[in-house]
Structures are given as C-alpha cells and as structure tokens.
Design a protein. Structure first.
Lengths: 546, 365
C-alpha cells in the first residue's frame, strides 16, 4: 500500500513541473509528513464513498439510469447554464461600467455589487420566498388595490435562477473587474491608432484578452450553482444536491444517495477539468505588468442614465431587496414578541465552530502550501492537489461521505463537533491553502536562502523567517474560512451533534416552515457576523501588497 | 604563500538535460577578488550557488578554506559553510529592522551588539539601524545586504549581480563604495556579473564563463589584451577578426604586417583580433578600405570600414576626424600594439553564436 502511494506520488509529480530546470530541494520531514497525513485524511472519506457505491454492484447502474436521475440531471444542467448565462449578461456590462467609464458614483457601485457575496444562498432564497412567494410581501401589496390572489409561481426554476444568480454573479464580476484593471490600455490605443473604432476594438482586442477571466469567472459561478444546496432546496427546485438530501432523509437505503452523489461528483469534476484547461491557456493572454498609465475614461454621454438605472436595478434586486426584507421581518417579528434569545445561542455556536474551523484549517494549510510552493515538482504539489477535493465536491457529498464513514468506522467522533470540524477542514482547506500560497509566492526564496547562509537550519529558517512573513496570508485564509464556515449549510445540517443549532440551520429550518420572522433574525445576524471578517479582509489587502 | 580560500575541481551540474556548469576548475587564494563574467545563462550564478551550498553538484568537489564542503557522499549544508551571499534582489528580511537584519547571522552574545554597530559604520548606515527594509533606497538596501553577509565574518563572500538593480549613475558610485568596503573588510570575494566593464573594474581576477565552462581565468588586463578564446575576445570589449598568415613572428593581413604576442609557427593560417583602437584610418584616394557606416558617440566616431576581401573592421577615431560614408581610407597601426591570433578553425564566428544563444536563454529565465 505504502509503495503504491509512493509510486503514485512520484508519478503524478512528474506530470507536474519537474524537469523544468529549477532546483528542487528535498523537503524536510516537518513539512512533508503533516502534509501527506492531512492529504490522506482528506481523501479517505471520499474514497470510502466511491468504494461503497461501486461495491454495490449491478443495482447501482439501475439506480443511475432511472428516468428520475435523468430528470434531475437535466434540471441541474439547465440551472447551471441559465445562472452562468444570466451572470455573464449582468457582469460584463457592470465590470466595464465600473472600471472604464465616467459612471456617476462608480466606486459605490463597485462595492455594492460585490456585497451579495456575504449573503448565503439560503438567506437569499428565504427573502425571495418571503417577497415573491404565495402570501409574500409583493402579493400582499398588490392584494389591496388590485385584488390579486396569486402571483406567478416562484417555486421551481424561476425562483432558483433568481436566487442563485443573485448570490453568485459577483464571482464573475470580480474576475472581470480584475481583468479590466490588468489590461494594458496601450493595446486598445494601438488598435484605435490602426483605425478601429470603439466597438471593433472591444470585440477584437479587449474581449479576447478578457477570455481567461470570463472562463474562470463563469466556471466559478457554474460550480457554485452545481454545489448549491440551500437556495435550490428552499425554492423546491430538485437538483442533485436537494435530491441527495431528500433521499438521505427519507429512505433507510442510503445507496441511492451515494449513487446520486457520484453523478454530482462527475459533473463537478467535468467543470473543474474545463477550468484547468482554460487556466493553462490563460497564461498566454496575461498582459504585461507595470502599466505606466491609466486607461482613459469613456464618456457615457446620454447613456449615463440608462447605465445608472442598470446598476441601481441590479443592486436593488440582489442587495437592497433581501436586506429590506430581513429588516422588515426582524422588526415585525420583534414587535410581535419574537424572542431573540434563541438566535443569540445559535450565533454563539456558529462563531465558536467557525472560529475552531478557521484555526484548524489555517494551521493544516501551512505545510501543504509550503510544500507546494517551495518544493514544487517531484511530489510536492500532490497534497495541494488532493485538497482540491474540497473545491470539486459539493458539501452535501462530503457530508454524506462522512456520515457513512463516521457511522461505520469512526463511531467515537460520529455526531460530535469533531466530525463536523473535519468536514469543514475538507471543504475549506483549498481556500486556506490558496491564501497562504499566495503569500508565500510573494516571498523570494532568496530570503530563506540568505537565512541558511547566515547559519540557520531549515527548521530555524522556517520559524524565524518563513512563518513571520507568511502570517498575513495565514490570517487572511483563516478569516476566509471563518466566513464560509458561518454560511455553510449542508454539512452543518447532516453532521451537527443533535441539538447543536447554528445560525445557518436556524434560518433553514425556520424558512422551510415559512416562519419568516423566526428566520429573519438569525439571517440578519449571520450577515452581520460574517461581514466582520469580510471587512477585515478587504481593508487589510492594500497593506499586504506593500 | 597565501592560503586557498575556494577550490573547485571538475565541478558539474545539470538541470534536466541542460548542463549548467560543466567541469569547472577554479582556485582562489585568500583575500582575492574574483569577478565571474559571462552572458546570462552561462552558469555563473549556478556556480555561485554550488559554492554556497544552495545547489548540490552532480560531479566534482568543492573546498572552502581547505575543507571539503561538496564531494561524492559529502554535502555540508549552507548554514555550516561560512560562506556569505548577497543576492541580486538583496533578499533582506522584510519583517526585521536594519539592525536586526545584520544581527540575524550572529550568535546571541555580549559582543553581538558591538559587531552590528561595527558593520553599520563599515557600510555607513549608522543612522538607519531602526529603519525597515522597505524604507530604504536600492543602494541602501544593497549596503545592508553586504553588512548582513559580512557580519558573521564568512570565509568567502559571494555577490550575485549585486548592481544590476540599480540606476546607471547610482551604479558607478555604489560600485566604488562596495569595492572600498570589501577591500577594508579583507574578504575573499566572488562576484558575478554580465557587465564586462564592471568585471574589469572590480576584480583583481576575472573568470569568463560561457556555456557552463570557464573560458579564461586571469588578470583583467590579460583578459582584455590576450583573450584565450574568440568568445572572450568578443564578449570583453569589441573585436573584429582578420585572416592572416604567420610570417617570422608577425602576422600578415590585408592591412599589413602586425606584431603578435605568441610565437606561432610561420606559415600558419590565423584570425587576428583587431580592437577598434588598434588601427588609425586616413583619407586616401587609393586607400584599401571604404567607410560603410559611422556611429557618432560624442567624443568619438566609430567607423566601420570594408576591405577588398569583403571583411569589415571597426575603427574608433577622435570626433575631430569627421569623414563621410563612402570615403576611401588607408590604415596605420596606431601604436606598437601586438595582436592576439587564433587558429583559423577556432574563430569561425563561434563566439558570436554563443552569445546569441545565451541571450535567448536569459529570456526564458
């Protein structure tokens, strides 16, 4: 077994970056041992799930090829494509308007359009139901003057599309804004000087250069949609995630849930493979660093009012409406005597478990990131690649794998905080590794070599030079993990110890029963609490760059 | 007889299929200052890193201060070699102040503080000791990096292209300062550069490297006047080559007989190296050459002259000697310069090919 793993390690490593001529030293034990240990831990439950599902033999194929499975597949793919398309239609003009034009209050729109990132999909889903659902706010507003009894059905595809798009389009928007900022304006100026007008220049020069960002951003949105559980469940649109949950909740036979999970995993892996393809191509499109001058601002002229209207409506729909509904239900709930005490208990639980997850994940990310950056090549990048599991696999699948694994092999930690934290570790390790890795890449290896030539051993160099320098990245990673753990729903639902309520599970259970007032308080608290690390992250950034 | 500070014997290192350093032999006595010169990608930085212990050689042995540090089955880690290094990007610890950077390599002891003070004065940075590295200019960072490397009193100090990140005017000033500091510290220094002028100025020994090999290891004057290979001739200074035949201790070329350095057998066909300052040109209606190009350099004109054989040579003339393109000129040897000759087979523009290829490699780094 050990030999097989060792061989695989070196084999996959060779596929990576080895042999490019850079010198790769042998990693010290204090780095590679924990990294390999963590990587194996991350892989174990997933491997178990696959083995279990495949071990079922013929019946698994029957399960997979039922018409119901195909219907779910169709619905899932339809939603993924629709959300990505709508996000593109919103983000491309928004990104251009907020980076390249004289749009009034440009910076304000830039910040406001990124903010929906802090809203979890199930909170967005709750506000959509509360606003547009039967007996929702809109219906009640229209009932008096027009006597309107029913609105068009919001449950199903339209609601899911609205909900998931509202919370996921900022990923694409941010990628595009960054790409616009990175573009060398000289290229566009060269095109103008060669006789091309604005539209032709955009089509022939700007757009091709945005392609990597378009691809990467779209795939982030697609992956978000595929993995989303809360939003689609509350809007009763049966994609894989919800189907898996229902299957798990209702049937004693868990094989169906496992089988559905495998299809979902295959879909996610397909999307990720497309992403890695475009990433490697992206390098060719990277514009030169060190742009000397800023691009000239485009005068919108008479288009500025329609452009402003567009920004206002996006912000209204994705940010102002959800927040207004949360505030409305909170105040009306409180005046109706709704107790806040329950929400405070959940808030403490959320903060406690998220804090622990952030600390554990940030520490676990260190050896993996160091191995991947400083000892890239041979087998150095393998543990990092293994952690991508958390990106590829939806939370519901990881949770399910841990349920199977925990119930059979890890009974002492099953239904304890331990197994929940383990799920968070698997899910969010890529974020922490990514953040630490970025920080490490900014440190010249010469700095560590200088420490060595000044008489310090590998371990001493690690402690006195590498760790202090990488600290901002580690902290940013921890903040990011804290934020996402606060919002996480499916794993929390499946793995929390009995009676352990968090803000996320409170919102979910209250909304499922249409208790809007009860859902609003924890939802608002959740947004406020997770905005704190978000704000820290945003304000810290400029300092880190220097 | 002074001791040997660094000895490399048959040192080789390859990365994948490309040999970076190929059978280098080198011996440096204590207190000497070696400038390793060569085009980018010639392996000079790799040789430096091999000596520092930041790379392991594939073959050969390296000794520092008479002790083997790299040999088959033996590898002394960098922290045990007493070899200091100053990187091209200085690599100061960004989280430590100037004083703490310098103190980093010193053991905790009573005189640690004093040594830091001493180093700060040596590099003239006493007033900067509380500053953080990002608050320093490039030249100041450079001096801190040197002070930090010198503080533990290393056997050998290695400098990797230390001036390449500085502006042109700052560069010549800092260069003088660093030369003084290192002379004062009496360190044995190996210094890597791709700038020939810098190498000739800084080193009391110059090693010219090309494609992983040491082409010549000599005094700066010898490198310039009696290059060992056509590559060295073209890389250090400007050189043109004229075909000729050895006749009784001189070489007969189309511009006349020229004195030579070495005793070569009569009748041998050679390429004679001509530097632009060797030959004067004068307008003459029946002159051998024709001016085909001229470049104004301020104090001088650099003329390119075509000979009957089709070969061209360059001639540097004072700016008062202003001749138009197309003018016919005759040649005069302007001094008693002897010229260096290479066997004809060797000088087939071989050196130029090497330079071009190494520049390409540089772009990929």
């Amino acid at each position: 077994m050990g030999v097989v793993i060792g061989k695989t390690l070196s084999l996959i490593g060779r596929l990576g970056r080895a042999g490019q001529g850079t010198h790769i030293p042998r990693p010290p034990v204090i780095i590679w041992l924990p990294a390999v240990f963590i990587a194996l831990g991350v892989l174990l439950p997933q491997a178990y799930l696959v083995l279990r599902a495949l071990g079922a033999g013929g019946e698994i194929w029957e399960l997979l090829f039922r018409t119901r499975t195909l219907a779910i597949l169709g619905r899932t793919v339809a939603l993924v494509i629709a959300v990505t398309a709508v996000s593109l239609a919103i983000s491309l003009p928004l990104a251009w308007l907020t980076t390249r034009t004289d749009l009034p209050l440009r910076r304000v729109w830039s910040v406001l359009t990124a903010l929906p990132l802090v809203i979890p999909s199930y909170v967005a889903g709750f506000t959509v139901v509360a606003a547009l659902g039967p007996r929702g706010i809109l219906q009640q507003l229209l009932a008096e003057p027009f006597g309107l009894e029913r609105l068009p059905e919001i449950y199903g595809f339209p609601g899911a599309l609205l909900t998931v798009t509202a919370v996921s389009y900022p990923y694409l928007l941010l990628a595009l804004q960054a790409a616009f900022h990175g573009l060398d304006p000289c290229l566009e100026e060269a095109s103008h000087s060669l006789g091309y007008g604005s539209w032709d220049t955009f089509r022939r020069i700007t757009l091709p250069q945005l392609r990597p960002a378009l691809a990467a951003g779209s795939l982030l949105v697609a992956l978000y949609t595929l993995r989303d559980f809360g939003g689609v469940s509350l809007l009763r649109y049966e994609t894989f995630t919800w189907a898996i949950y229902i299957q798990y909740q209702t049937s004693i036979d868990r094989m169906s849930a496992a089988a559905l999970s495998l299809v979902l995993v295959a879909l996610a892996v397909t999307i990720l493979l497309i992403e890695t393809r475009t990433q490697s191509r992206a390098r060719y499109y990277r514009s030169t660093v060190g742009v000397v001058h800023l691009p000239t601002q485009r005068q919108l002229g008479r288009w500025r009012w329609p452009a402003l209207g567009f920004c206002v409506s996006v912000v209204l729909l994705t940010l102002a409406m959800p927040m207004a509904i949360l505030v409305y239900w909170t105040t009306s709930g409180m005046s109706a005597g709704e107790s806040l005490r329950l929400a405070w208990g959940s808030a403490l639980n959320s903060a406690y478990v998220s804090g622990l997850a952030a600390a554990i994940t940030a520490v676990a990310a260190l050896p993996i990131a160091i191995l991947a950056v400083r000892y890239a090549g041979k087998s150095g990048r393998l543990p990092e690649r293994v952690t991508y599991v958390g990106f590829a696999l939806p939370g519901i699948v990881i949770a399910l794998a841990l349920v199977f694994f925990g119930a059979n092999y890890a009974t002492p930690i099953y239904q304890t905080l331990g197994i929940l934290l383990f799920a968070y570790l698997i899910l969010f390790l890529p974020q922490a590794v990514g953040s630490t890795r970025t920080s490490l890449l900014q440190i010249s290896p010469h700095v560590e070599e200088a420490a060595r030539s000044l008489g310090r051993s590998v371990r001493q160099t690690l402690i006195t030079v590498t760790l202090p320098l990488v600290r901002p990245g580690v902290l940013a990673g921890a903040a990011l993990v804290f934020l996402t753990t606060m919002k996480e729903l499916p794993a929390t639902l499946l793995l929390s110890p009995i009676g352990f309520k968090t803000l996320a599970t409170s919102v979910w259970s209250a909304t499922s029963e249409s208790l809007f007032a009860q859902a609003a308080v924890p939802a608002l608290l959740l947004i406020v609490l997770s905005s704190i690390p978000m704000a820290l992250l945003v304000t810290r950034q400029p300092k880190e760059i220097s | 007889m002074s001791r040997v500070a660094v000895r490399c014997q048959n040192v080789s290192k390859r990365f994948g299929q490309t040999p970076a350093v190929n059978g280098i032999n080198l011996e440096l006595t204590e207190g000497s200052f070696l400038a390793l010169l060569g085009p980018s990608g010639c392996g000079k930085t790799t040789l430096l890193r091999l000596i520092a212990g930041l790379e392991t050689p594939d073959h050969g042995t390296i000794e520092v201060d008479g002790k083997f540090v790299s040999a088959p089955g033996l590898f002394v880690p960098p922290e045990k070699r007493r070899v200091g290094i100053v990187f091209q990007d200085y690599a100061l610890f960004p989280h430590l102040s100037v004083a703490d950077n310098i103190a980093y390599g010193l053991a905790r002891s009573a005189d640690r503080r004093a040594r830091v003070e001493e180093m700060l004065s040596l590099v003239g940075m006493r007033n900067f000791q509380k500053r953080m590295p990002h608050e320093l200019s490039g030249g100041e960072q450079q001096r801190v990096a040197i002070a930090r490397a010198l503080a533990p009193a290393p056997e050998v100090l290695l400098l990797d292209e230390p001036f390449s990140n500085l502006d042109a005017d700052l560069r010549s000033r800092i260069r003088n300062e660093v030369k003084d500091i290192l002379a004062y510290a009496r360190a044995t220094v190996i210094f890597v550069t791709h700038d020939q002028e810098e190498a000739l100025f800084m080193g009391d020994r110059v090693g010219v490297m090309n494609r992983g090999q040491l082409e010549q290891f000599d005094r700066p004057e010898a490198i310039f006047h009696t290059p060992a290979t056509p590559f060295v001739a073209q890389f250090v200074g400007t050189a043109d080559f004229l075909s000729g035949k050895i006749e009784n201790g001189s070489v007969a070329t189309e511009v006349g007989k020229l004195p030579i350095y070495d005793h070569l057998p009569s009748g041998m066909t050679v390429k004679a190296m001509i530097r632009p300052d060797y030959l004067d040109i004068n307008p003459a209606a029946d002159g051998l050459g024709e001016i085909i190009d001229r470049v104004f350099q301020g104090m001088h004109y650099l003329y390119r002259v075509r000979l009957p054989s089709g070969a061209t040579i360059r001639s540097l003339q004072h700016h008062t000697r202003d001749y138009p393109v197309g003018e016919r000129v005759s040649f005069h040897m302007n001094s008693d310069h002897a010229v260096t000759c290479f066997e004809s087979a060797k000088s087939n523009g071989d050196g130029m090919v090497g330079i071009v290829r190494d520049e390409d490699k540089n772009n990929n780094q």
